[in-house]
Design a protein around this ligand. Structure first.
Ligand code: LEU
Length: 458
């Protein structure tokens, strides 16, 4: 079968490059910063159980769908649906599917706008470990230091700008030389650092309580409908689903790859990262008597205390925030690439032009999120959430799952069964049929059920 692609469209240099880039997209602040505070707010172990079930039954089938759609279409998140719906193979009846792509690009914009803010905070912490400033606790403690920093109007913007400039720089250089190369360097490094840090985490006090919080569920938490929406949003966020990232990355694949293997490794690694991050963080949360549900500042307040409590802990602090910054960068790059790929095709912009313009726009869009931690903190939009949390909520808990729902329906019902099995590399196998069954029935019903049960949240 021929896989036509737009003239001059870039491609990955290798299969490994693609897998590492997809892993780089999935593993990010979502696994450490977001996972730990969302799990903390939603009761720990029970939430994690729901989360794991969702990764397997909903997340993984959609990862496979996005890879398949991207590679087949050889186009960006919106173009993919335009090309596959009415096009050559007459797969499905056209327009409505495109909504998934448009929502994906919108979600990529929204998410990157606040992702850059949080990543900026990380870079600031990294910098402070580099200078030694945070090696010992500031006079009024790490909590006050963090609060003071994020609520100041100008400083966080500088670090957000710096982070966005790095992200733009990588996308500017291109798929092979920018995205693929940076992932090839950063991802293996990340793996090594994480192992070192988690071993270190297990040697801390508070381990027992922390591990119980993570692994022995309080079943009564399951009666709270909010944890399902929170787990669903977290699963999509962490796997980079519903935002066009995996469609876009899949579209730079040319030759036959084994997509199912790639999907399982990406989802497996992403989940492992989150669990290990939990093992690293929650023992410390309890050891330092911090409230697990204390919100987005969790990592910024807990981990410095940990590092402070050990001789040479500062070195680990430096490593930790470097790890987080690198993970955030490879994820941010995938978000920007979604929008850049779309604008390049849609307006015939060059890569450089698109990266600069779109990246700058996203930076500007992030400013209110940054200010919402300080001067704009009295503004609340959705259910008492500030601007940053509201954008996160709409994008992650609404746009991503809705996009995922459309993708599941598109793949499950819009494609001919035989085509779907062939184009996904499953072939006529049991697991391939199981995949389509999940996409056709389980995924849509589960997503709708979660939405309906949490309707009060909106
Ligand atoms: N999957 C990424 C993460 O876990 C986020 C995504 C929005 C690119 O950080």
């Amino acid at each position: 079968m021929s896989r036509k692609h737009e003239p001059g469209r870039e491609q990955w240099a290798s299969r490994l490059g693609f897998i590492l880039a997809a892993m780089g997209s999935a593993v990010g602040l979502g696994n450490i910063w977001r996972f730990s505070y969302v799990a903390g707010e939603n009761g720990g172990a029970a939430f994690i159980l729901v989360y794991l079930v969702m990764i397997i039954l909903i997340g993984l089938p959609i990862v496979m769908s996005e890879f398949t759609i991207g590679r087949k279409a050889q186009s960006d998140a919106v173009g993919a649906f335009e090309k596959l719906s009415p096009g050559g193979d007459r797969l499905a009846p056209g327009e409505p599917w495109k909504a998934a792509g448009i929502m994906g690009v919108a979600a990529a914009f929204m998410i990157l706008s606040f992702y850059g803010v949080i990543a900026g905070w990380i870079v600031y912490y990294f910098f402070n470990y580099l200078t030694g400033n945070l090696w010992t606790a500031p006079a009024d403690g790490y909590g006050a230091f963090f609060g003071g920093f994020i609520s100041s109007p100008g400083q966080p913007l500088f670090w957000q700008f710096l982070f966005m400039a790095l992200t733009i720089g990588i996308v500017f250089v291109g798929v092979k030389k920018g995205i693929e190369r940076s992932n090839k360097i950063l991802m293996p490094l990340l793996g090594v650092l994480l192992i070192v840090l988690s071993i270190y985490g297990l040697t801390l006090g508070g381990a027992q309580e922390g591990l119980a919080f993570l692994f022995s569920p309080d079943w009564s938490a399951l009666t709270n409908p909010n944890i399902y929406l929170a787990a669903l949003g977290q699963a999509f966020f962490s796997l980079s689903l519903g935002m066009g990232a995996l469609i876009t990355y899949g579209s730079y694949l040319s030759n036959k790859e084994k997509l199912p293997g790639a999907a399982v490794s990406v989802a497996g690694l992403d989940t492992t990262f989150a669990i290990i991050a939990g093992i690293m963080i929650f023992p410390a949360v309890f050891a330092f008597g911090i409230e697990p549900g204390s919100g987005p500042g969790l990592v910024f307040v807990v981990m410095p205390d940990v590092f402070d409590s050990f001789a040479l802990g500062g070195v680990f602090g430096l490593l930790f925030f470097f790890l987080l910054a690198a993970a955030a960068l490879t994820s941010a790059v995938s978000l920007l690439e979604v929008a850049v790929a779309y604008f390049m095709r849609k307006f015939a912009w060059s890569r450089k032009q698109a990266a600069l313009i779109v990246g700058s726009l996203i930076f500007l869009l992030g400013i209110p999120s940054s200010l919402s931690q300080g001067v704009l903190s009295n503004i609340s939009i959705i259910g008492g959430r500030d601007i940053l949390d509201s954008i996160d909520f709409i994008a992650s808990n609404v746009f991503l799952p809705l996009g995922g729902l459309i993708i599941a329906l598109f793949m499950g019902w819009g494609w001919k069964k035989a085509d779907a099995l062939r184009d996904s590399d499953f072939g006529n196998t049991r697991i391939g049929h199981l995949w389509l069954f999940l996409l056709r029935y389980i995924v849509p019903v589960a997503i709708l059920a979660v939405f309906i049960s949490s309707i009060r949240e909106f």
